[in-house]
Design a protein around this ligand. Structure first.
Ligand code: XMP
Length: 525
């Protein structure tokens, strides 16, 4: 049995990042709510406990506190931000409402040569002080350390930016080591789990799979589960994982709305049906979707129709699987944050259609085994589960599919032309590699063709043509919130254009989109 770190969540937006960093250090960790109770803490068997940040103030009466058992478990404890403040307050120190809020970049001086920070710094000042570049976000601050603690870090604004009771192995930092802006954050959390808690790097993807499989089995028992498979990375990895756990108790429903990429249906059926032996129902609902989309040109309206029909088809098929008690979804951690933030966010730029909205109407329990993972972890998991690298590292594809890449009214004829142009573009991006062997497909975050329902004049052979236009779009981005257009080599663009015009009858012009996001979005609708 490997050692484990218990993370108690006080409601910070970035708590899962702590878990993520601990996993990156090769150590198993789990996140539980701060009020999980003393008995749980006593029986959990953690090698160390981390208290997360949170939005509250410890000096306002009835705000969250760590269970007393945390400080009596005899294991190292690391408090982060609110976690530090509650530690201070609970152990006899004093917290005050800071006059100046501190938010963002800060330089912290490490002090006291503690086991946590010793030798870790970003630079050393002329006076010889080791300094850390960190990310801070707090209003309150500790002004008196509890008995037994010594100073571990400070800034001008925040004299107690870190404190430690090395006897009891209690450490606390006001800054956030879990975010990447804290340059040495990974080193600090690694130091805590490895050296202070004594955990080995003994947790890896195969272990994760066996734990996740056990969890799914325990949750589901002998019930049946259905999953809406889109062919995207998240639902595919969820399907492979759940299938590993419960085999034929899982049925996947793959709804083909007629707006998929070239050969996508076949690829999904081959991969899951033939190679992995997963039960997949392939529902060809092209006519239903095209029928409802006929005559509709407004992008949001199109999205709503596609979302609504998707639910309708899924519900109809699910109704036939009368024994299913669970609906599985490939929700990943960033989706969880995004939906938690809804309502705060101002107006909708585009309504994103996912398989959301299904649970209430279907009366099924939700199974979301990827809820705690980040995208790159999901990809590693997919590879470890035997999904092909090419599939797992695919660019994202929106739920409404080509429906938002055919401007204005969606017609089957347009979708057929677009599918072929898009496939040529992707094929050339995959084929064109740099000196290091990296393809332009891997160097871009998302690339696709867009169908423009306007005709322009061309000349082919001796004849005049009057045909449709496609635009090529390729972007580079880390978070898809902002993006740069990709500077694709001109000869690559030239090849793609030639091939599209020569091979796809009905298209005679190709243009390249050179708009960034903002002000443009990645998709055209
Ligand atoms: P935009 O176009 O808003 O896209 O810059 C950002 C990312 O989101 C994807 N996207 C969608 N995904 N349903 C989805 O599941 C949608 O309706 C949708 N619209 C955009 C887009 O492909 C890009 O990766």
């Amino acid at each position: 049995m490997h050692s484990k770190i218990l993370i108690l969540d006080f409601g910070s937006q970035v708590t899962q990042l702590i878990a993520r960093r601990v996993r990156d250090a090769g150590v198993f960790s789990e996140v539980y709510p701060y009020d999980i109770g003393d008995d749980f803490i006593r029986s959990y068997g953690a090698a160390g406990i981390i208290l997360s940040g949170g939005p509250n103030s410890v000096i306002e009466g009835d705000t969250p506190r760590a269970p007393q058992a945390v400080f009596e478990a005899g294991v190292p404890v690391l408090g982060i931000c609110y976690g530090m403040q509650t530690m201070a307050a609970q152990l006899g120190g004093k917290v005050e409402n800071g006059k100046i809020r501190e938010f963002g970049y800060a330089e912290v001086r490490a002090r006291g040569h503690t086991a946590l920070l010793n030798g870790i710094n970003d630079f050393v000042t002329q006076e010889g002080h080791g300094m850390l570049k960190v990310w801070m976000s707090h209003g309150d601050k500790v002004i008196d350390m509890p008995p037994g603690f010594k100073l571990m870090a400070s800034t001008d604004n925040c004299p107690v930016a870190g404190m430690a009771d090395e006897e009891r192995k209690f450490y606390a930092v006001q800054f956030h080591p879990e975010v990447t802006h804290t340059v040495q954050g990974e080193a600090i959390l690694g130091r805590f789990v490895h050296e202070i808690c004594g955990c080995k790097s003994d947790w890896n993807m195969p272990d994760y799979i066996s734990e996740a499989v056990e969890k799914i089995r325990a949750q589901v028992g002998s019930d049946e589960v259905i999953l809406g498979l889109s062919g995207g990375v998240d639902s595919s990895v969820a399907a492979a994982l759940i299938h590993r756990a419960i085999g034929d108790q899982l049925t996947c429903v793959f709804v083909d709305h007629g707006l998929l990429r070239l050969d996508e249906g076949k690829m999904v059926m081959d991969m899951f049906g033939k190679n992995l032996g997963v039960k997949v129902l392939h529902i060809d609902a092209t006519d239903q979707f095209m029928g409802h989309l006929a005559g509709v040109t407004d992008p949001e309206q199109k999205r709503k129709i596609i979302g609504r029909e998707f639910v309708e088809v899924f519900q109809r098929e699910a109704g036939k699987l009368s024994k299913a008690k669970w609906l599985a979804q490939g929700t990943i951690y960033p989706d969880v944050i995004e939906s938690a933030g809804k309502g705060k966010k101002g107006h909708t730029i585009k309504s994103h259609h996912n398989v959301g909205g299904l649970p209430e109407t279907l009366n099924l329990k939700l199974l979301e085994p990827l809820r705690e993972l980040f995208k790159d972890e999901v990809r590693k998991l997919g590879v470890a589960l035997g999904l092909p690298h090419e599939m797992v590292y695919r660019h994202p594809f929106p739920g409404p599919g080509l429906g938002v890449r055919i401007l204005g009214e969606v017609k089957k004829e347009y979708a057929d032309l677009l599918r072929r142009a898009d496939a040529i573009f992707i094929e050339e991006l995959r084929k064109t590699v740099d000196e290091e062997g990296k393809s332009w497909y891997d160097k871009t975050s998302q690339a696709f063709a867009v169908f423009l329902p306007v005709k322009s004049v061309g000349v082919m052979g001796d004849g005049r043509t009057y045909e449709y236009v496609v635009a090529l779009r390729a972007v580079q981005t880390l978070d898809f919130m902002t993006a740069h257009w990709a500077h694709l080599p001109h000869d690559l663009l030239g090849r793609v254009s030639n091939r599209i015009i020569n091979e796809v009858r009905g298209l005679n012009r190709v243009v390249y989109d050179i708009s960034g996001k903002p002000p443009a979005t990645i998709e055209w609708e």
